[in-house]
Design a protein around this ligand. Structure first.
Ligand code: 3HC
Length: 278
């Protein structure tokens, strides 16, 4: 299969990697050459890590050769599948999905890795929306087994089944969600992160003890504050805003502390400071 991944950020590069690892030919596109360069070296080091552990047997150079980096989206016009993984801004996705619609074959699958924007809303930017579906990966993509497949009102059952098989062939374990804000994952995760921030704000416990509670008491690999830093506090805030706006329910209301950190550009690991310093 030939797959075009649009956006070479954290998620896009991981998605490109897992498709290439599974033997697919991948076109990785981004408007920024630096993002493409960083993606290539990041994918290589991730593959080296997996290879050292014996999780991949194939030669790394052969996997890397399956990935072509380009700034030209049109280079992927003969793709069987497109996966959009650009920033979570409706306007950006609108323009991009319009461009993909123009170049994609009529029978190509158009997927979005959105974590919070409505699939129904995004489908209105795609011509022939019956080829459009949500395919939500988790960070770090090469490690996390889960992919959420999100079905919009206009997504046919046949496309859900086909996407399910494609995801299984990547060695991932998919779940299927209807198109409701936050799908399954972020609907459940965001109230937990929010509650952890409120426990901190109310002075009930230190950040270390909050995280330790969830790690040692519930066997989570990361505590909620550490996880928010890992996801990115800006992304966490964006997702909470969408949930709060769409459901109008205070259990999704972004806490002031989260907003303050984002306003101060303390975005978590990527800026070396969030709830913690890195
Ligand atoms: N590529 C390849 N391998 C990687 C990797 C990568 N990018 N990142 C980590 N690994 C491997 C390591 O080699 C290591 O393997 P080993 O245990 O067999 O030696 C293993 O993963 C663990 O990595 P580390 O030892 O470096 O560090 P940790 O033990 O702390 O694990 C972690 C890191 C896998 C990120 C773990 O902490 C974890 O699972 N955290 C939770 C992640 C999570 O919840 N992600 C979902 C976020 S929500 C999301 O993405 C959705 C969005 O919509 C918000």
């Amino acid at each position: 299969m030939k797959v075009t991944v649009i956006g070479a950020g954290t998620m896009g590069r991981g998605i490109a990697q897992v498709f290439a690892q599974a033997g697919n030919s991948v076109m990785l596109t981004d408007i920024y050459p630096k993002a493409l360069e960083d993606a290539a070296s990041n994918i290589r080091s991730s593959l080296e890590r997996l290879s050292r552990k014996g999780e991949i047997k194939e030669n790394i150079d052969i996997i890397m050769q399956r990935i072509t980096s380009t700034q030209e989206l049109s280079a992927g016009s003969d793709s069987d599948m497109f996966v959009e993984a650009v920033i979570e801004k409706v306007e950006t996705k609108e323009s991009l999905l319009g461009q993909i619609s123009q170049i994609a074959r009529r029978d190509a699958i158009i997927g979005t890795n959105t974590s919070s924007i409505s699939i129904n809303q995004l489908s209105s930017f795609v011509t022939y929306p019956e080829r459009f579906i949500g395919i939500h990966f988790f960070n770090p993509v090469p490690v996390m087994k889960l992919v959420e497949i999100v079905k919009g009102e206009r997504t046919p059952e046949s496309l859900v089944r086909k996407t399910f098989e494609i995801v299984k062939a990547l060695g991932k374990d998919p779940v299927i969600s209807q198109d409701f804000p936050g799908f399954i994952s972020n609907r459940v995760l965001m109230p937990m992160i929010r509650e952890a921030i409120l426990v901190l704000e109310e002075g009930i416990a230190t950040k270390n003890d909050i995280d330790k509670t969830m790690k040692l008491g519930m066997n989570h690999p990361m505590g909620p504050l550490e996880l928010a830093d890992f996801i990115g506090l800006d992304v966490t805030l964006d997702i909470m805003e969408v949930l709060y706006h769409e459901y109008g329910d205070p259990r999704f209301k972004p806490p002031v502390t989260l907003r303050n950190l984002v306003n101060a550009r303390k975005l978590g690991r990527k800026t070396n400071e969030g709830f913690y310093k890195y």
